[in-house]
Design a protein around this ligand. Structure first.
Ligand code: AMP
Length: 396
């Protein structure tokens, strides 16, 4: 799919409506992690450099169509000013005469942030009337919230139909990296999928077995796959009602030629807590009173071998209960291996999804990855092979 970038647009003296994702973590009115804001800075700076006036639209939280003062974007302004190094003004509505007046008053080189789009019930309904009101505010629409692109809302999809549209720098980086990883990847391609449950990642696994050469399955969901093979997983987290589905995925992989890597050894404990007594055992010998909390060293060595032979890697989800050491070992080792291969220029590595980024950061590996997506749900839907409405609308 071809889409316009900021480079394709004439922005001189134009008002550029930027759909950003300012849904950042906040505690007591203060931003605790401004990564998402930092990643918007290139878009805003480039718009200003091209003579445009950036006006930011975003949602925050789930106010469900009502004004909820605690979810006002106004509290973010100091953090946005710091991250952008620019003067940032705020308007207490995201449409209508107030927003029009704030845009008219916007000084050169300054940024305007409009109030939470989800204060209006039309936002999540993709109401054409609200989309038209957004469209009235700008000359150009710049989509820069890949993390919201799986939702067809008035500010992500509706407005893009009504105004000349382009991808912002963050959206551009996401689409380019994701296409390099799953659209037209250098092969062999390996996917590492971990996390708690098969049920939340079923479509993703179904899509991946058709596309990747090796699929590493770890975390709690691996237990369901072990159970599907008739292995007793004791007290482990396991969705026994999903074993049939897991078996079907294994069968599908056999027909598509996708090599599935499941734990061959496991780390088990009797308690789910940091520092709990643990032992490493063959995967088919989990004691009845124990739970599998991590993959063992033999499995990690096999994952490392697969990575060494691969050219591209996509990662979502931890390989074990990574928040409670020592059950972070497989995740840490595999992440560090992927990071080292990336540093050596041997592997293109793309990762995404909330817990994944936390796990890779904890392993001190994230900064070496080729690309870390800023998205959670949108990244998963992209891995599921779905068309994201906020991306599709940018196409020719
Ligand atoms: P998800 O949100 O699906 O990516 O799942 C992430 C969560 O899965 C993390 O909180 C991990 O602690 C948890 N997890 C991973 N492996 C296991 C396991 N073997 N047993 C229990 N929880 C696990």
């Amino acid at each position: 799919m071809r889409w316009n970038s900021l480079d394709d647009m004439d922005l001189n003296a134009k008002t550029v409506l930027v759909r950003a994702d300012l849904n950042v973590p906040v505690e007591d009115g203060r931003v605790t992690d401004d990564t998402r804001i930092q990643r918007l800075a290139p878009t805003v700076h480039d718009i200003i450099a091209k003579g445009g006036r950036p006006v930011l639209l975003s949602h925050f939280g789930r106010p469900k169509g009502k004004v909820v003062p605690e979810m006002s974007l106004q509290m973010l302004i100091p953090a946005i000013e710091t991250a952008f190094g620019l003067t940032v003004s705020f308007c207490a509505d995201c449409r209508g005469p107030a927003a029009q007046a704030a845009i008219a008053a916007l000084g050169e080189g300054a940024v305007l942030v409009l109030e939470n789009t989800r204060f209006h019930p039309g936002e999540e309904k993709n109401d054409p009337a609200l989309a038209a009101e957004f469209a009235d505010l700008g000359d150009v629409f710049c989509a820069d919230a890949f993390s919201c692109a799986h939702r067809a809302h008035a500010s992500t999809e509706g407005v893009a139909r009504l105004v000349p549209s382009c991808a912002g720098r963050l959206m551009e980086a996401e689409l380019t990296a994701l296409n390099a990883a799953l659209g037209a990847p250098d092969r062999p391609l390996v996917a590492v999928v971990g996390g708690a449950k098969v049920s939340t990642k079923l479509e993703l696994l179904g899509n991946l077995v058709e596309k990747v050469d090796h699929l590493v399955i770890g975390g709690g969901m691996a237990n369901t796959f072990l159970a599907a093979q008739g292995i007793d997983v004791g007290k482990s987290l396991c969705e026994h009602e999903m074993t049939q589905t897991a078996a079907e995925i294994l069968t599908k992989a056999a027909t598509t030629g996708c090599d599935i890597v499941l734990p061959s050894d496991i780390v088990v404990a009797r308690e789910f807590r940091a520092g709990a007594d643990s032992e490493t055992l063959p995967a088919d010998t989990c004691p009845a009173d124990a739970m599998i909390l991590d993959a063992g060293p033999e499995t990690v060595a096999r994952i490392a071998t697969v990575m060494e032979g691969a050219r591209t890697l996509i990662w979502n989800g931890p390989l074990g209960a990574f928040e409670i050491p020592p059950f972070d070992e497989a995740t840490n080792s595999a992440a560090r291996k992927a990071a080292a291969l990336t540093r050596a220029g041997k592997l293109v590595t793309v990762a995404g999804g909330g817990d994944t980024v936390a796990a890779l950061n904890q392993a001190n590996a994230a900064h070496d990855f080729t690309y870390i997506s800023s998205a959670g749900g949108a990244f998963l839907e992209w891995m599921e092979g779905k068309t994201l409405p906020g991306v599709a609308v940018l196409g020719d």
